[in-house]
Design a protein around this ligand. Structure first.
Ligand code: F6P
Length: 537
């Protein structure tokens, strides 16, 4: 069970007081890695709390667990697998080895080289469509980790995009593939079928539809030229009819939600080119080296994880919001939902015993849009939601500097407002100063008051370039790892997705009006009946 009783400062702290009483707080509660800054000074954690948290991390053997991950030990115990996504962005001299002690660096580099040759071919037109013309559009078909990372990164790196147009189809809803294909010319479209297992029903269904679309308009013989695949199950790729030279592999020590650095990143590489893809890997490696080597006290992922765990386990906040003030990080919250919630949303610890608390619900939308939607609740609702602000000092549009200034001002204003709030008295004075009557001011002031004392974290970087994106994503990956150790959870399995999959396959014939629904509950039977009625009337 997660034990939080050892914390001397589980009592609430007043953020305003912490900041007022300690002019050096920003200096002591913010940390850099290169030009990335993590500011924790607006979290209600005192120096003593932080020291207690670091001691707790040591008790939980964070360093030993981290070293075991980097050493390729099978720390994903329920699946007896190593967890080595860090090797995907390592250098040969980093010496990563798998659970059997076999060096993996050469194989990783080999796949990167094969991806590079293929991506360059697609970008230059050397890898061409069946009629010999270059591809104008590439559609990645995948879901979960085989979609979210590449989709998030492709958008994030839009200013570096100089390859063919990229599209992502994930949902089994026919609307997704139909709306995507409607805009495309089959003669100029390449499909990447991305699936670690090559069995995921959504991906296989969409891939089948895409295959029929190509075969139907260009002939069966065109299929080979218009498909490639990324998977750990290369036998299944061959059975689908994709030739070996167009299949890019990875390994069982790469979890789906940690796979964007592997061949799953092929669409990113096609979009932005191999050099930018490598720069993203290099940024992630920089964070890996920092996580592996820096003392806990100055270690960004450790500090982010400790404060995240503090908010969830000690303060009991059930959710956290991730608000990128960077429109190109619009898919980051969705990406982090899988990374965090599929990793740490577990009810048992690594020994199979119940845990009292697991990871929080993660959600978010870009700022400033969120301000005009749900920030009302963040400021005046009765729940405390720690917010993570993510923002660049610079934009890629220097000619539109006024936009970036406004964006930054809004970002800083929100964290300041959450922290400071406004008392009823302050609200009343403002109203009186604006010329309202005493009676009016007293009546309206409570509506204009903000409790304040709401924690937030800010991650500030210079510019969202490929290396920065790599650093940012690796920061969050390692943060999830740190929190998992504190919760006592295995962050690398995902048994919780299985039951729904099993039930869905039982329900397919029933939805199609075949078979007997007698074993189903009354609600499911009622819904099946309503579907039948709506389809036939
Ligand atoms: O259902 C969850 C999951 O297994 C994720 O962990 C994974 O990222 C996703 O499905 C897709 O799996 P695959 O890459 O094998 O198609």
């Amino acid at each position: 069970m997660t034990d939080t009783s050892t914390f001397p400062a589980a009592a609430p702290r007043d953020l305003r007081t912490l900041l007022q009483d300690d002019p050096g707080r920003f200096g002591r509660f913010s940390r850099h890695l290169g030009d990335m800054l993590l500011d924790l000074s607006k979290c209600a954690v005192s120096s003593e709390d932080l020291a207690a948290l670091i001691a707790h991390a040591r008790d939980k053997r964070i360093e030993a667990r981290r070293d075991a991950m980097f050493a390729g030990r099978p720390i994903n115990e329920s699946e007896n697998r190593a967890v080595l996504h860090v090797a995907l962005r390592g250098r040969i001299e980093d010496g990563y080895k798998d659970a059997a002690g076999r060096p993996v660096g050469d194989e990783v580099e080999g796949v990167l080289k094969a991806m590079t040759a293929f991506a360059e071919g697609v970008r230059t037109g050397a890898v061409a469509a069946s009629d010999g013309r270059p591809f104008t559009d590439v559609v990645n078909i995948g879901i979960g980790g085989s979609d979210l990372g590449p989709a998030m990164a492709t958008l994030a790196l839009a200013p570096y995009h100089d390859g063919p147009r990229l599209h992502y189809v994930s949902n089994v809803d026919s609307a997704h593939i139909a709306d995507t294909l409607k805009e495309l010319d089959p003669a100029r479209t390449l499909f990447i079928v991305a699936s670690k297992t090559f069995t995921t029903i959504e991906t296989m269904t969409n891939a089948g539809t895409a295959r029929a679309w190509i075969a139907g308009s260009l002939g069966e013989s065109a299929v080979g030229a218009h498909f490639c695949a990324v998977s750990t199950a290369l036998d299944k790729v061959a059975a689908f009819g994709i030739e070996e030279s167009r299949a890019f592999g990875f390994w069982d020590w790469v979890g789906g939600r940690y796979s964007l650095w592997s061949a799953i990143g092929l669409p990113i590489m096609i979009a932005v080119g191999p050099a930018n893809f490598r720069a993203m890997l290099a940024g992630a490696r920089e964070m890996d080296r920092h996580f592996a080597d820096a003392p806990l006290e100055t270690n960004l992922p450790v500090l982010l994880g400790l404060v995240g765990w503090w908010h969830r386990a000690v303060r009991g906040y059930p959710t956290r919001a991730v608000i990128p003030y960077d429109q190109r990080l619009a898919r980051l919250p969705a990406y982090l939902q899988q990374l965090d919630m599929e990793s740490n949303g577990k009810s048992v610890d690594t020994e199979g015993r119940p845990v009292s608390v697991s990871g929080p619900v993660v959600w978010g939308e870009p700022g400033t849009n969120g301000q005009h939607a749900f920030f009302q609740l963040l400021h005046q609702g009765t729940d405390v939601v720690p917010v993570e602000f993510i923002v660049g000092a610079r934009s890629h549009e220097p000619s539109l500097q006024a936009h970036q200034d406004l964006l930054l001002a809004n970002c800083l204003a929100q964290s300041e407002a959450l922290m400071k709030g406004r008392t009823v008295e302050e609200a009343k004075t403002q109203l009186l100063d604006a010329g309202r009557s005493e009676e009016d001011a007293a009546r309206i002031a409570p509506f204009r008051a903000f409790a304040g004392n709401k924690p937030s974290i800010t991650i500030l970087y210079r510019l969202l370039d490929p290396a920065t994106l790599g650093r940012l994503v690796a920061l969050y990956e390692h943060r999830v790892f740190v929190e998992a150790q504190l919760f006592g959870i295995n962050a690398f399995d995902q048994w919780g997705v299985e039951l729904g999959k099993e039930l869905a396959s039982q329900l397919v014939p029933l939805v199609a009006g075949e078979g007997d629904d007698g074993a189903k509950d009354a609600s499911t039977r009622g819904l099946l009946q309503a579907i039948k009625t709506m389809r036939t009337t």
